[in-house]
Each structure stands twice: as structure tokens, then as C-alpha cells.
Design a protein around this ligand. Structure first.
Ligand code: CP
Length: 306
């Protein structure tokens, strides 16, 4: 029997069953422990980034090449025929005629699903607008599992921009499967959207709003930081909230020993560099896990058996 992800599009965490997420997680851990250089031999993958990226693009491209495959693509949509008005539907028809899979990052919500509708080969969503970032979720799950030894019934605090941050949306939709409890710390205008809190309610996962990072750090097993973007606020409002969502070692004074701080990165001011030397900092290990998470996705989508 082929694995259930063979030839599948990976667009949203919500499309994946808990069993499929577990398969991805365990494949990533296996590929980290036992590297394979053959799983994409003879395969050509398109890496199409219409929006800036450091980690996602380079770790996907590293994953393809370390698995024995080859990559074509672009890092800037401004150099493609999208600039001349070519539609995503035609882009899908063209690139899927050249390659075995397409990885796409795009600034518009829903762009990955549109591409998949017109592609003859599997599409992997590398982030679409404020919507979804499923490969980031998988590397977050790998890191949480590695650091906590389990996924079930963990206390997950999320801080920063919870409204527009696609990584926290995808991660809630994954971790609700394992009965996790959630706490949110954000400016009111950047609170977690209702559709996510409603999904948590339906899954029976408790969630609360906490007033500051100190309380969240004392409560949580995982503190997932995100960037509050200055451009979301007028100058006065930004001056009022600035600093309230920034982490430094003093904020972690009351943390439990098992607390780990994650961040999808890039960071700007929200995690002070002094935090990097604390035993809680785990964001660089998290970013490194991106290669194994993306190896797992590519291997399972492009091979009947792994
Ligand atoms: N975490 C993340 O998506 O980083 P990049 O934007 O650098 O890919």
C-alpha cells in the first residue's frame, strides 16, 4: 500500500489527519537519525518564492539536494512572468510540465490551493499570506517532540502577532489533536482569530489570554514567540505597546526547567540576544530541524514507500 501522502498536495495542516502528521513527524526524526541520499534521486523540484524567505527556501532546497534530487526555481517573483500578468493557473500548468513537485511561497492567502488546482504535480505550500505554513508546523512539532518527549497535553503559550502570524494558526490546528492547553499574549488588536479559538473549543482544548510574558513563561512548557510588525500600528500605539512583547533573560526568571522558547524567525527586537545563552532558547535548533521536516514532506509526497 502506498503511503497516504504519496502524490498529495501539502497545503494546510487542516487537510492532514493526525495519523498523517505522526507519519511526517516520525519520518523527519528517522531521516535526522539515519540520513538518506537516495530518496529523491532523479527527481526535479521547483522552488517558487514570490515572497522573501531565508529559512524556508534554503532548507527546502537543502532537503531536495541532500536527498539526491535537483532544484530549479526563483527567489523573487518580480523576475518572473507574474510581473507581466501571468496567472497562477498558467504558472501551475507551465511549471508542473517541467518538474515532479512545486514548492511555493506567495503573499496571497489561498494561493497554494489555486496553484494545486491547476498543477499536474504535487504542490507544497511554503507559506501563503496570513493563512498557512504547514512545513513550519512540522518542524515546530519535531522540535516540541524532541524537547518535551511528547506532544500530548502540553502547555503552549503563544506571544506577539497572533492575528496575522500564519505559523501560530497552523500550530494550533496541529497541537489541538494532542489535547494541548493554550495561552495567548498579544496586543488586543493582534489577538488570535475567532476561527482558531473556535476550533480549539470544538477540540476540547482549553485556552486563555495572559497579561504578560512573565506569566506565560511561568505557566508554559513551550513559549512560541512571534514578531509584532511596526507597520500594523500607528506611531503612538506602537510606542505604547513597544517592549511589552519583548523577551529577555529576566522575563524567564520564573520559568520551569523544561520550558523551551521557540520562534519561527526572523526575529527583530522580540527576543534579546542575551536570551540565546539561556537553556530555554531553542529557536536555532528549531530552524535546523526545518531540513528534516522538509525532507520528510518531500520523501513521502514523491515516494510510494519511505
Ligand atoms: N520561518 C520562516 O518562514 O522563515 P523565512 O521567512 O526566512 O522562510
Amino acid at each position: 500500500m502506498p503511503n497516504p501522502l504519496y502524490r498529495r498536495n501539502i497545503i494546510s495542516v487542516s487537510d492532514l489527519t493526525t495519523g498523517q502528521l505522526e507519519l511526517l513527524l516520525h519520518t523527519a526524526l528517522k531521516l535526522k537519525a539515519e540520513p538518506r541520499g537516495d530518496l529523491l534521486a532523479g527527481r526535479l523540484v521547483a522552488s517558487c518564492f514570490f515572497e522573501p524567505s531565508t529559512r524556508t527556501r534554503l532548507s527546502f532546497e537543502t532537503a531536495v539536494q541532500r536527498l539526491g534530487g535537483q532544484v530549479i526555481g526563483f527567489a523573487d517573483g518580480a523576475n518572473t512572468s507574474a510581473k507581466k500578468g501571468e496567472t497562477l493557473a498558467d504558472t501551475a500548468r507551465i511549471i508542473s510540465g517541467y518538474t515532479d513537485a512545486i514548492i511555493q511561497r506567495h503573499p496571497k492567502d489561498g494561493a497554494a490551493r489555486v496553484l494545486a488546482e491547476f498543477s499536474k504535480v504535487p504542490v507544497i505550500n511554503a507559506g501563503d499570506g496570513t493563512n498557512q505554513h504547514p512545513s513550519q508546523t512540522l518542524l515546530d512539532l519535531v522540535t516540541i517532540y524532541e524537547t518535551q518527549g511528547r506532544l500530548d497535553k502540553l502547555k503552549i503559550a503563544m506571544a506577539g502577532d497572533l492575528k496575522y502570524g500564519r505559523t501560530v494558526h497552523s500550530l494550533c490546528q496541529a497541537l489541538k489533536r494532542w489535547g494541548c492547553e493554550f495561552a495567548f499574549v498579544s496586543p488586543p488588536s493582534l489577538a488570535m482569530p475567532d476561527y482558531i479559538t473556535e476550533e480549539l473549543d470544538e477540540a476540547g482544548c482549553r485556552h486563555r489570554v495572559l497579561p504578560n510574558l512573565e506569566t506565560a513563561a511561568e505557566w508554559a512548557d513551550i513559549l512560541y514567540m512571534t514578531r509584532v510588525q511596526r507597520e500594523r500600528f500607528d506611531e503612538q500605539e506602537f510606542a505604547r505597546i513597544q517592549g511589552r512583547f519583548n523577551l529577555d533573560p529576566s522575563v524567564l526568571a520564573g520559568a520551569k526547567a523544561n520550558l523551551r522558547v521557540l520562534h519561527p524567525l526572523p526575529r527583530v527586537d522580540e527576543i534579546h540576544p542575551d536570551t540565546d545563552a539561556t537553556p530555554y532558547a531553542c529557536y536555532f535548533e528549531q530552524a535546523a530541524n526545518g531540513v528534516y521536516a522538509r525532507m520528510a514532506i518531500l520523501s513521502l509526497v514523491l515516494n510510494e514507500e519511505v
